[in-house]
Unconditional design. Structure first.
Length: 79
């Protein structure tokens, strides 16, 4: 069963506020456990991701143009 939040006179939900506070505390604790990469490694990984996005975008663009040309030619041939 799910417990309903209690409502004070001003309409604030104390259960929601307490839950949010607990969540933020948990996030702060977990963020201290994260193993952050060194700045150089982060920069290299970012460059690799950007280069791969450009390469895949070019590939998808070429395939799109080729398929568009093929379908237009097929429509002209049949139509």
């Amino acid at each position: 069963m799910r417990a309903e939040p209690t409502v004070e006179k001003n309409g604030a939900r104390t259960g929601l506020l307490a839950g949010l506070t607990e969540y933020v505390k948990d996030v702060r604790v977990e963020m201290t456990k994260v193993s952050w990469p060194p700045r150089a490694e982060l920069r290299e990984s970012t460059i690799v991701v950007i280069v791969m996005v450009v390469i895949v975008s070019i590939f998808i663009g070429i395939v799109d143009r080729g398929l568009s040309f093929a379908f237009e030619s097929l429509i002209r041939l049949l139509g």
